[in-house]
Design a protein around this ligand. Structure first.
Ligand SMILES: NC(=O)c1ccc[n+]([C@@H]2O[C@H](COP(=O)([O-])OP(=O)(O)OC[C@H]3O[C@@H](n4cnc5c(N)ncnc54)[C@H](O)[C@@H]3O)[C@@H](O)[C@H]2O)c1
Length: 269
């Protein structure tokens, strides 16, 4: 169904969280996987899980903001596993703060880890995909790149750049290579914990009234990487429990967000 059997995938930031969940989903769908991470021990642990699933896997250490290290990991993946057909870039880091306090160094660091990382990895892999018959590239964006909010200027600008980059690359590289992004809402990870305060805020603003899981992001990436998305390119898919759709509804009709539905009555009629 997915058309991924025996395809080679490379997952940047595959050592934990959404990256690990994505690497495992791709392996279960039939991919051999190169797990790339700054932390080689994390990458090795995920590669071992993939081998246990009966797929080939290699673990590689690379910093996604360094072009030479990215190119070297791509070359090692191709020599170890074969031509790359699927690429996913998960690495990113949120830094929130008042726009007037952001230093030039912080700005550069955030653009580098969130946006330059996608450019370098997608460019390096796309060059090999062009030679090898095409493929699918997916980056992890954020709802912060689709909307604006106070204290999100730097991270939001970088993630908005990711949404734009996949539009541009999707248009430029079609029909050989599809390029898309997934924009997560609030997802429970090592860094983003389900604190009481966070849960309360989410219940107020997210229609589905909960955090998402790393596997819910992995499933969306799997869809975009697969033949099921064969006519989808240049898109950023929000996987956010309805969070960003609600901003639009708020602007047009605030009553439409009221939770005044009698679910029991509806399900019994
Ligand atoms: N958690 C959320 O609620 C949320 C919401 C929206 C978007 N996102 C985005 O999701 C993505 C994953 O977030 P996460 O919190 O799971 O990430 P994470 O902190 O778990 O990092 C993913 C992996 O990337 C590795 N890594 C970090 N810097 C690297 C580098 N320079 N080179 C190579 N590998 C590196 C880490 O070791 C880690 O294993 C990010 O792009 C983030 O911006 C997260």
């Amino acid at each position: 169904m997915f058309g991924l059997i025996d395809k080679v995938a490379i997952v940047w930031g595959g050592g934990s969280g959404m990256g690990e969940a994505t690497a495992l989903r791709l392996a279960r769908a039939g991919c051999d996987v190169a797990v790339v991470d700054l932390d080689i021990a994390l990458a090795e642990a995920v590669a071992a899980k993939i081998s246990a699933l009966g797929r080939r896997a290699i673990a590689l250490a690379a910093n996604v903001t360094d072009e030479q290290q990215v190119d070297r990991a791509v070359a090692e993946t191709e020599s170890g596993l074969g031509p790359i057909g699927v690429m996913v870039t998960v690495v990113g880091m949120a830094g929130f703060g008042p726009v007037l306090d952001i230093t030039s160094e912080q700005w550069d660091r955030e653009q580098s880890i969130n946006l330059k990382s996608v450019f370098l990895t997608a460019k390096s892999v796309a060059r090999t995909m062009v030679r090898n018959g095409g493929g699918a590239i997916t980056a992890i964006c954020s709802v912060s790149g689709l909307t604006s909010a106070p204290r999100h200027a730097s991270y939001g600008a970088a993630k908005a750049g990711v949404a734009h980059l996949v539009r541009s690359m999707g248009a430029e590289l079609a029909p050989r290579i599809r390029v898309n992004a997934v924009a997560p809402g609030t997802i429970e990870t090592q860094r983003v914990k389900a604190t009481e305060e966070r849960i309360a805020a989410i219940e107020r603003r997210v229609p589905m009234a909960r955090m998402g899981s790393v596997d819910e992001i992995a499933k969306a990436v799997l869809f975009l990487s697969s033949d099921l998305a064969s006519f989808v390119t240049g898109q950023t898919l929000a996987v956010d429990g309805g969070w960003t759709s609600q901003f639009l509804m708020d602007a047009h009709d605030s009553s439409s967000t009221d939770k005044d539905i009698d679910w029991e009555k509806v399900s019994n009629t």
